[in-house]
Design a protein around this ligand. Structure first.
Ligand SMILES: Nc1ncnc2c1ncn2[C@@H]1O[C@H](COP(=O)(O)OP(=O)(O)OP(=O)(O)O)[C@@H](O)[C@H]1O
Ligand SMILES: Cc1cn([C@H]2C[C@H](O)[C@@H](COP(=O)(O)O)O2)c(=O)[nH]c1=O
Length: 205
């Protein structure tokens, strides 16, 4: 079963994942992330830091996703493991249209086409949502933030995320990220546990 955690910068993903490692330890999940699970992810970090052109940046994120699926996700799913990824394809569909706006006529369709035929659809995606001003204040002083970590960009990213969730309500679970950390973690752990139980009852297609 593939679970993904999404949300704007500062929404609490890393905090949540650290707690899920403890709460779900008995299920022995594989925790992974994008970018960062493959050496391609290092190129992505460099592209963000150096502000490469948005098409190069988008294609590097996609390359990291392909390597992530090939080397980490598919092997673990084939072994029947629960996989939990901090960011996944929806990060591309939420962030890259913002920087590709004005560069391509329809960035989201372009991105979706690139993923077609090889990306693996998550079984469930938890989207952490909170007002952008709260996320930005959690992120700390502006000068220490990465390129995407500014309010104007994050407003558009969050709107894109909410549109993705509205279009796919069976997969997305929208979670109030203003709730206390422990409440967020226990709710999501419970949902993942329930999903894992029912997927054990269903044979994999
Ligand atoms: N539910 C919560 N309530 C209050 N503060 C929180 C909550 N969740 C996380 N935080 C705090 O917000 C800050 C940002 O959280 P975190 O690093 O987990 O976000 P993130 O989504 O992983 O960010 P990024 O995408 O930039 O890596 C941290 O200081 C964390 O302690
Ligand atoms: C996977 C992915 C990520 N991003 C952005 C989102 C963040 O601002 C950075 C790095 O991610 P982190 O988890 O906060 O360290 O990259 C993106 O724009 N597109 C993507 O596909």
């Amino acid at each position: 079963m593939l679970i993904t955690i999404e949300g704007i910068d500062g929404s609490g993903k890393s905090t949540l994942l650290a707690r899920l490692r403890e709460l779900l330890a008995d299920l022995d999940p594989l925790f992974t992330r994008e970018p960062g699970a493959t050496w391609v992810g290092e190129s992505v970090r460099r592209a963000i830091a150096e502000r490469m052109d948005p098409i190069t940046e988008a294609l590097l994120f996609c390359a990291d996703h392909a390597a992530h699926i090939d080397t980490v996700i598919r092997p673990a799913l084939d072994e029947g493991r629960l996989v939990i990824s901090d960011r996944y394809a929806d990060s591309r569909f939420a962030y890259q249209p913002v920087v590709l706006d004005g560069v391509l006529p329809d960035p989201l369709s372009w991105l979706r086409r690139i993923h077609e035929g090889w990306s693996i659809r998550p079984d469930r995606t938890f989207l952490l949502v909170l007002p952008v001003e709260d996320a930005v204040s959690r992120l700390g002083p502006e000068k220490k933030r990465e390129y995407f970590e500014n309010a104007a960009i994050l407003e558009q990213v969050q709107e894109n995320y909410l549109n993705l969730a509205a279009a796919d309500p069976l997969r997305f679970v929208v979670v109030d990220a203003l709730l206390p950390k422990e409440e967020v973690a226990r709710f999501i752990a419970g949902e993942i546990r329930a999903g894992a139980r029912s997927s054990r009852r269903r044979p994999r297609a």
